[in-house]
Structures are given as C-alpha cells and as structure tokens.
Design a protein around this ligand. Sequence first.
Ligand code: C5P
Length: 228
Amino acid sequence: MSVWAVLAAAGRGERLETDRPKAFAQLNGRPLLAESLQRLEASAWIDSIVVVAPPGWEEPVILLAEELGCGKVVASVAGGESRAASVRIGVGEVADDAAVILVHDAARPLVSELVVERLLGALNEGWDGAVPGLGLPDTVKRVREGAVVETLPRGELRGVQTPQAFVATVLRAAVAGGDEATDCSSLVEARGGRVTVVEGDPRLLKVTTADDLALVESWLGGSSSDAP
Ligand code: C5P
C-alpha cells in the first residue's frame, strides 16, 4: 500500500508579519516547513511527499528538502489562491497507483508518528477518511450580529487538525469538484464519504501568530531535533 503525503505550505501567513511566506518563517533558526517535512520524511508509513510551495518558492523548497536529506520529496509545486486550490494542485502530483493520500498543513509543525498511525489504522478498518480531532474545553455558541442564536452540544464537537488521511480515489474525486473548504474532510463528507475522527494531539497546534511560533519553539525545548 503506497502512502503519499501532500504538504500544504503555500499560505501567505500575513498574521505572522514576516517578510516571507509562513512556511519560511523561522522556527528554532530554520524554516517552519523544515519541521513537518523532516517528520514526514522520518515516518515509517509515508513513501512519497509532494510539497505545495508558496508561488515563487518551489526552488527553495527543493533546496531545503535536499539540505534535510528528504529523499521522499518527489515534487515541489506552486500553490493556488486558497488552501483547497493548493491541495488540488498537490493531489494532481500524486502517482496514479497511490493507495492513500495524507494531507498535512506545514503550519502544524509537530506532526507525530502516533497520529499518522491512528489515521492509517482507521483507513485499514474501512473508513474512507480519518482526521485527528480534540474535544473542546469551552462551550460553543453560534452568534449572529452579537446575539447568541444557539448553544451547541459540546460532547459532539471536535476541533479538527491535520494530517488528514484518505483513500486516494476518494480524495481525488472530492477535490476534483473545485469547491472551497477549510479542510479536505469536508469535501469528502459532502460527497457522502465516511470519515472518522481519531484522537488528535494538542501539539498539532496551527501556527498563526508569532506567539504560536514561540510556543512551538518552547515545546521543542530549543532543539528542533527533540521530539515533543
Ligand atoms: O490559511 P490556513 O491557516 O488555513 O492554512 C492552512 C495551511 O494551508 C497552511 O499550511 C498553508 O500554508 C496552506 N495554504 C496553502 N495555500 C493557500 C493557503 C493556505 O497551501 N493558498
């Protein structure tokens, strides 16, 4: 069973206020992208990696992959205007015979082997897709123009992360429609795909602000080679 990873790294990351795309913001003195790239490379489950780069940064991505010894990286392609467009471009680079595609956000540097194993285990059980999720500590309300219109049943809610893993044919069909969505799972769900949630990881935090970068750095203990 061949497993391909698509690493979505084409976001601009405006809230980080750096002079470069988010994937190249510095985390422990190296590009943010390096952390997830190295972890996916080291995964015993992943055979090949496609990086979706910020437009114009395809070459620096290849150089970074070479520098890190990431031999599983088979393509670095320019992303699109949205995450969904970037994922569609990345999925287009995946070999026809891939069995599973795992889509991950470079903005979540601390991807772990344990989460990858949980996701692939779920696909093995027959699910079309699997996503890591965490229960929500806060009560969640739907608000319109300042007024609370609904309090949602917290027990049923999950904050969903990446990586997200899918049977390759299912994901291909889901992204082909060209629809916009903030994650891949929702595209699969919309087509009737059966997706399960596995236990996520609080350290799969999505880096959005400089404070998030500092927090991830602290988890890494100042050394990017230490596992969290
Ligand atoms: O913008 P957002 O936080 O949802 O981005 C999540 C992930 O999607 C990030 O890793 C980012 O690099 C990626 N992305 C992308 N192409 C875009 C926008 C976001 O690959 N056009």
